[in-house]
Design a protein around this ligand. Structure first.
Ligand code: ADP
Ligand code: MG
Length: 258
């Protein structure tokens, strides 16, 4: 499973938000997209997952034009958690999670036992099984986020796209979410493409990082190759040092004193 975007250009009316974008995503990898606010991260994510139309370029999934897939077939390959999402207020957790099985229903037919098994697996994997009878509105931010991830997992996608999955979570829930992503990637081999703001976390969890600046790709590569003093200055206009500490596999970003 792989997704290749070639020379994608996306515009909102006259405003070109993303241009000349090439992306190659592989199953089994964790790819993180970073960049300042408004640099086009969400736009790219939406364009390659077909939530948004692009003006130029082509996106291929397994060498076939992405536009040629039926929507259910597409949802069996990729699962998407957009940056903002809302659930109807009176939804129970397990009912929301079960929505992920929609792509596997055809002509009213479904394999109830199989569905049940996967729904329970997804709720257990994300640690929301005990919340299953609760209404989604009674969940905390961290719980709700895990419920959404469970819903995406229930689709059994080969690749999942998470736009800022940790925003608004406290540090402990941020780390829980990162651990969960890492575990799912390791155990099920699911490909993960996400947008993160915390560059320290991006360094730790990613196999590859893509840096966006003003609608274009600024750089791409292994985390420690991409997150450099120069990149931080060029892209974020931030002064910092990148330091290696004995016993850690990845460097730390040390910001200049305020
Ligand atoms: P990021 O996710 O990196 O913060 P976005 O992809 O959301 O950035 O936005 C990229 C640019 O496109 C920004 O300048 C933003 O203001 C603009 N933009 C995003 N969504 C819309 C929209 N629906 N209509 C018009 N402009 C938009
Ligand atoms: Mg965004």
């Amino acid at each position: 499973m792989e997704i290749k975007a070639q020379q994608i250009q996306v515009a909102y009316g006259e405003y070109i938000a993303v241009k000349d974008m090439d992306i190659h995503l592989k199953k089994g990898e964790i790819t993180t997209i970073i960049g300042p606010n408004g640099s086009g991260k969400s736009t790219v994510l939406k364009a390659i997952t077909r939530l948004l139309k692009y003006k130029k370029g082509t996106v291929y999934m397994n060498e076939k034009d992405m536009l040629s897939f039926g929507s259910k077939e597409l949802a069996r390959h990729i699962g998407v958690l957009p940056q903002s999402h809302t659930a109807p207020p009176d939804f129970k957790v397990k009912d929301l999670v079960s929505y992920g099985r929609m792509p596997y229903q055809s002509f009213g037919k479904r394999n109830k036992e199989e569905d049940e098994r996967i729904i329970n697996w997804a709720m257990k994997a994300t640690g929301v099984y005990d919340l299953r009878e609760k209404s989604i509105t009674q969940c905390s931010g961290g719980e709700a986020q895990r419920v959404w991830i469970a819903t995406v997992l229930t689709q059994q996608p080969e690749m999942m796209f998470l736009d800022e999955p940790t925003t608004y979570l406290d540090i402990s829930h941020q780390l829980d979410t990162m651990k969960l992503v890492k575990k799912l990637n390791k155990e099920s081999g699911i490909g993960v493409v996400m947008v993160l703001h915390d560059l320290g976390q991006a360094l730790e969890v990613s196999d590859r990082i893509i840096v966006m600046k003003q609608g274009k790709k600024y750089g791409e590569g292994k985390p420690e190759e991409v997150v450099t003093k120069k990149m931080m200055k060029d892209v974020y206009n931030v002064d910092c040092d990148i330091v290696w500490i004995d016993g850690r596999k990845k460097p730390l970003i040390v910001y200049k004193e305020i």
